[in-house]
Design a protein around this ligand. Structure first.
Ligand SMILES: Nc1ccc(Br)nc1
Length: 447
């Protein structure tokens, strides 16, 4: 028998290529799972830049950051309204036999946390989160299965001042990214418009969510299919005609004519446009009755950000969801919020030539001229780091030519050489890599 594992040849047959043998194919698939992305440094810098802008806007609007598990109970997302988001739920049974899901959106988790906190938090709440969301899309469409969403939610404010503030926070983000009202805009409507029509035809309230989800596809599938689906859930042809008519309205006066000024729908929308005027972002938004959004839980104002060129899918979307918390067993707490994905916005910025140039830069590169000086070089690096400078310490015995090349690659501002003769005098040689100026400095003179 073998004395110990070490004596076994690590390259017994079938153990893969040995040292020096080239690896033609990797042993494992080095690509991420279908529909998911890696973020190597360049992509990660762009993502960090985008998320920094999300966080900065949230700070300007005094929102507090929250987070939740990517994994939630499946029950949080089971809604009987035929939404794409629930049909594509990334759910499974865990080893404890529990039905769990990778969250497809953040709003239900936020609602769960608000209810969990109950009386221990005072309303209104202004919370934001940036989280990865998942869907299990049939590979036929080869689309992404994950994206990161920035969510901002105002909990406990019944009036449309909350929606006005939320839309302005997105306008603020767009401006920070260099986009103007000529590049992007918001279509705004209210689900109370649909509610009013359904009431006219005495369609039961419980069909409201389902009707909205079907209607949301209005511009994506032929009208005949919409009519077929609506009929299949018991909506009369007459009611369908009424719905289609109201959805084609393009102005608030037209809506008022049809619904009368009485209904909340018109009043809410009028108030929202007045506030937008006062905020100074009227030119960013317009009423469009065809905006429904595909989530069943919206109950009032709904809006979506879009690129005016019309090349891309919606950039973001949101609205009021006054009933969601009570459907989870919480109190009847009004709420509104939006989701803003990390993919369409980057496509738009690319199209507009607005992607930032982000490079990996360091302040100093420290290089011991020979191996005995590794200790002193580490101390020099530590002194500089304590002063807040980012320092690349060369960890191997490299030729000076390599060090200069590397300094260029990482955009270092200074090269600090730790040499024997200088070190004997407690000095190091400092090269400013932009001015080429060179000087010997005492370590504690470095700043
Ligand atoms: N809901 C959702 C999740 C993931 C992606 Br990608 N798109 C939408």
């Amino acid at each position: 028998g073998r004395s110990c594992a070490l004596s076994a040849s690590p390259h017994a047959a079938g153990a893969g290529p040995g040292p020096g043998e080239n690896q033609t194919t990797a042993i494992i698939d080095v690509n991420p799972p279908r529909g998911t992305r890696d973020f190597p440094p360049d992509d990660m810098r762009l993502r960090t830049w985008l998320f920094h802008n999300f966080r900065e806007v949230a700070r300007l609007f005094a929102f507090e950051e929250v987070d939740f598990p990517v994994l939630e109970s499946e029950a949080l997302f089971i809604r009987k309204a035929g939404e794409e988001i629930t049909e594509q739920l990334y759910s499974f049974e865990d080893k404890g036999g529990r039905r769990v899901a990778l969250r497809p959106e953040l709003t239900p988790s936020l609602a769960r946390l608000v209810i969990q906190k109950g009386k221990s938090v005072s309303l209104p709440l202004k919370w934001f989160a940036i989280g990865q969301c998942w869907r299990y899309e049939r590979t036929t469409r080869g689309r992404r299965r994950e994206h990161y969403q920035w969510n901002m939610d105002i909990i406990g404010v019944p009036g449309v001042a909350a929606e006005a503030e939320l839309i302005f926070s997105i306008v603020t983000l767009f401006k920070r990214l260099g986009l103007t009202a000529s590049d992007v805009g918001f279509k705004v409507s209210s689900r109370k418009v649909l509610q009013a029509v359904l009431q006219c035809y005495s369609i039961p309230e419980n069909l409201f969510g389902e009707v909205c989800v079907i209607i949301d596809k209005m511009e994506k599938v032929p009208l005949s299919e919409i009519e077929k689906k609506l009929t299949s859930i018991g909506i009369s042809l007459e009611a369908i005609k009424g719905l289609v008519q109201v959805l084609s309205l393009k102005s608030l006066p037209q809506l008022e004519e049809l619904l009368g000024a009485a209904g909340d729908a018109v009043a809410d929308l009028k108030q929202l446009f007045i506030l937008a005027e006062q905020y100074g972002y009227s030119q960013w938004i317009h009423f469009d009755a065809s905006v429904v959004r595909g989530l069943a839980y919206y109950t009032g104002i709904v809006f979506e950000g879009f690129d005016r060129q019309g090349n891309l899918r919606a950039i973001c979307g949101g609205g009021r969801y006054d009933k969601l918390l009570s459907t989870f067993g919480g109190d009847d707490i009004p709420a509104c919020g939006f989701g803003f994905g990390d993919a369409v916005i980057i496509e738009l910025l690319k199209d507009k030539g607005l992607l930032p140039m982000l490079t990996h830069t360091v302040d100093d590169i420290v290089f011991p001229l020979d191996l005995e000086l590794q200790g002193p070089a580490a101390m020099v690096a530590s002194t500089l780091r304590q002063k807040g400078r980012s320092v690349e310490l060369v960890l191997e015995n490299k030729r000076l030519k390599w060090v200069f090349k590397h300094a260029e690659r990482i955009n270092a501002s200074r090269l600090i050489l730790v040499g024997d003769s200088e070190w004997q005098r407690g000095m190091v040689r400092v090269k400013n890599l932009s001015t080429r100026e060179e000087q010997d400095l005492k370590v504690d003179e470095l700043e």
